[in-house]
Design a binder for this molecule. Structure first.
Ligand code: ZN
Length: 270
């Protein structure tokens, strides 16, 4: 079994057996993979907190012939993103990004640009005054690199540049629809206000690193978030968790237990 080395981001992690964990990573070289970390739940595990959700780490892995589960022999933290696990709002926002990256990529398909968008998204969420808005913008970046960039320059149904009324957003078409096309659409499409559409177009043209500088008003943020959530759910093929998702629930449970530990003076964070 050759040793494989790659950078990875923890998407989710669950208990396995008596002392192990099964961890899903989005890795730079091998895309989404799952691995087993033997003894990860023991008190003095060599993995420490490297297998917590959202951690960016350097991994040493072994691939066992005929088994889709890798063996994780080492995980060294590059950046723990522990502040993302400090509030339910940031846990929820970061979990949406992690879930989306996991949902729209196939196992073993390396997409380095999604890997970097996920990292940039975590940074943006951690520093944002509106984490769910920042997450929505980076969800679009992840969609872009998976080939699902929304098309907003014309009607995606009839190609018209005129809406003949309001513009709508079709999650199914992945773009704007004119009023006549929206009326024929079997699935209801939300109206997109001119201000929201202008902001969305601007965001798509920008360098992702500059996205955190955009500061739209509350109504545009709300409208944009709803449109992006609908689109993400359509592309991912299922409703992604909001506040009560599996990953968010697990991270939330750890958030609570870590607060208890802090109160008891026994918390250790990297
Ligand atoms: Zn049309």
């Amino acid at each position: 079994m050759p040793l494989l080395k790659t950078a990875g981001i923890v998407l989710k992690s669950r208990k396995w057996g008596e002392a192990d964990r099964i961890v899903t990573f989005f890795t730079l070289k091998y895309g989404k993979i799952r691995g087993v970390a033997r003894g990860a739940r023991r008190m003095k595990s060599r993995f420490g907190s490297a297998l917590e959700p959202f951690v960016h780490c350097d991994l040493d892995l072994y691939e066992k012939h005929g088994d889709s589960l890798y063996r994780i022999s080492q995980a060294d933290i590059r950046k723990s993103f522990y502040t993302l696990r400090d509030s339910l709002e940031t846990i929820s926002a970061a979990a949406r990004l992690a879930n989306l990256a996991g949902a729209i990529t196939a196992d073993g398909d390396a997409v380095p640009r999604i890997f970097h968008a996920l990292l940039e998204g975590f940074h943006a969420v951690g520093e944002s005054s509106d984490p769910s808005h920042s997450a929505a913008l980076y969800e679009v970046e992840i969609l872009r690199f998976a080939g699902y960039l929304p098309h907003l320059d014309r009607c995606t149904g009839c190609r018209s540049l005129q809406s003949g009324g309001a513009w709508f957003f079709s999650p199914r078409w992945g773009g704007t629809l004119c009023t006549p096309c929206a009326r024929r659409e079997p699935i209801p499409c939300p109206v997109v206000s001119p201000a929201c559409l202008a902001f969305f177009r601007q965001a798509l043209k920008m360098d992702p690193a500059l996205l955190p500088r955009l500061k739209p008003g509350p109504s545009i943020r709300q409208e944009l978030r709803e449109v992006i959530e609908l689109y993400v759910e359509c592309v991912a093929g299922r409703r992604l968790p909001r506040r009560d998702g599996l990953l968010a629930a697990e991270a939330t449970a750890r958030y609570r237990s870590s607060r208890v530990s802090v109160a008891q003076g026994s918390s250790h964070r990297v």
